[in-house]
Ligand binder design. Structure first.
Ligand SMILES: Cc1cc2nc3c(=O)[nH]c(=O)nc-3n(C[C@H](O)[C@H](O)[C@H](O)COP(=O)(O)OP(=O)(O)OC[C@H]3O[C@@H](n4cnc5c(N)ncnc54)[C@H](O)[C@@H]3O)c2cc1C
Length: 416
């Protein structure tokens, strides 16, 4: 069913009783050309672009739970392309451009809102770092503006400018950055992939690989064996576990990242703000809740829940930036599983096992990458070559030393 003002009016007139399901909840078939493991944003986007751009529709997305139950439905919805390194900027800018046309492409309201992302700085050194980042962005054709304190004060007068331990000096603003309704992204990609013939199979856990003559030719699942010409992994926080089923050890650790939502308020924060003197970022959802988060919990885990010290740390960050937040009541918090790579950048590549492809290592920034990741992974699966913008995301860079370390933290995943 196409969404339009007419379908909305017609359905309103008939009491909203005739809406069709957004996608087909398919039964698994015995074989496909391509199987994608993981019905998160990246898996579903891959299916969409495989069908739409490469005409490959004999595809199944196998999801162990319900689609959107993973990080795609748990993140703080921030999208931006304010990267520093040449290996990253074109990829994330491609993603931003795809976000800008996403709702038309999917015929689905994903609430793409380019409300601006502001990264605050609090020292001369940090300002210089942001000047460098902003210049790198502009050299790649990405929008970036350096704001002084007066300009930040005009945008966000409620921040603590005068009494903070690390006073706000200014910020780097990307106006085209913003937020996107996270689960609508999963539903929108599922809608278009399904309409083109892709089977979206929920409650279908991959438990092993079928390997013949050293080549992956299918998967063992909780709903039986399914054969495939190619198998792509897009399981985010479960990447190491699923890869281990094929005997692969990935340069990835899984950590919990928590997010928080406050009670609803009248419009207060028009854009996205990140604190530069602590790990804290915040925006306001269209329903009115303040949506915020901070650092990952600093231990390896596969539990989708976090610990209290991080709750305290995040709330302290919020209080330091905007003390009036202390009067708010927290409504909900939750955790998701981050696939933290050793250099903080992702992997979109073939694996050493023929027929098996990898999309992983998104750390806590993979939501913004969803469209470009799906397009690049589809390109790889369809053509066996890396997409132009994803050439740096090779698996062997961890052996050759060609790291893409935005923060320069070295091989300590929890610091990226
Ligand atoms: C609290 C939080 C805040 C975040 N904030 C942001 C943000 O503001 N901006 C941003 O860019 N990024 C953010 N992220 C990161 C972003 O959400 C992730 O990097 C991205 O969603 C990962 O890709 P995905 O959507 O495909 O993952 P997921 O949605 O996790 O998809 C992976 C899927 O694989 C399935 N799966 C796992 N194992 C199997 C198996 N054996 N068989 C079948 N299926 C399996 C899982 O059930 C899951 O549905 C945040 C993450 C969290 C948790």
């Amino acid at each position: 069913m196409r969404n339009s003002i007419f379908s909305l009016a017609l359905n309103a007139l008939s009491g909203h009783k005739h809406w069709q399901p957004t996608w087909r909840d398919a039964e698994p078939r015995a074989a496909y050309d391509v199987i994608i493991i993981g019905g998160g944003g990246h898996g579903l986007a891959t299916a969409h672009y495989l069908a739409k751009i490469y005409g490959i529709t004999n595809v199944a997305v196998l999801e162990k739970s319900w689609i959107g139950s993973g990080n795609v439905g748990r993140n703080t919805t921030i999208v931006r392309s304010n990267y520093l390194l040449p290996g990253n900027i074109p990829f994330y800018e491609l993603s931003m451009k795809l976000w800008e046309g996403l709702e038309q492409d999917l015929n689905y309201n994903a609430m793409v809102s380019q409300r601006g992302v502001l990264n605050l700085f609090h020292s001369d050194g940090q300002r210089d770092g942001y000047v460098r980042r902003g210049n790198a962005m502009r050299l790649h054709g990405v929008d970036a503006e350096l704001l002084d304190q007066a300009a930040v004060r005009k945008l966000y007068p409620f921040l603590d400018f005068d009494h903070a331990r690390f006073p706000i000096q200014g910020g780097l603003l990307q106006k085209r950055g913003g937020t996107v309704r996270h689960d609508a992204v999963a539903w929108g990609y599922a809608k278009t992939a399904s309409a083109r013939g892709v089977d979206i199979v929920q409650n279908c856990e991959v438990r092993g690989f079928i390997v013949e003559d050293g080549q992956v030719v299918g998967v063992e699942t909780s709903r039986g064996s399914i054969r495939a010409g190619k198998v792509g992994m897009a399981v985010a926080g479960a990447s190491s576990q699923v890869a281990a089923m094929a005997g692969l050890k990935l340069p990835i650790e899984s950590h919990v990242l928590q997010a928080f939502v406050s009670e609803g308020l009248k419009p207060l924060i028009p854009g996205v703000i990140t604190f530069g003197a602590g790990h804290f970022y915040i925006s306001q959802s269209d329903k009115g809740g303040l949506v915020f988060g901070g650092d990952i919990d600093g231990y390896n885990s596969y539990a989708q829940r976090g610990n209290l010290p991080v709750v305290e740390d995040v709330c302290e960050g919020g209080m330091a930036l905007m003390p009036m937040i202390g009067r708010l009541r927290l409504l909900r918090s939750w955790g998701g599983l981050m696939d933290m790579s050793m250099d903080g950048s992702p992997i979109i590549d073939r694996t050493p096992i023929s027929g098996l492809y990898l999309n992983a290592g998104w750390c806590y920034g993979g939501f913004k990458a969803t469209p470009a990741s799906g397009l690049s992974f589809a390109h790889l699966l369809a053509t066996d070559t890396a997409h132009e913008t994803a050439k740096a995301y090779r698996l062997d860079r961890f052996a050759t030393g060609h790291m893409l370390d935005e923060k320069g933290q070295g091989a300590q995943p929890n610091l990226h």
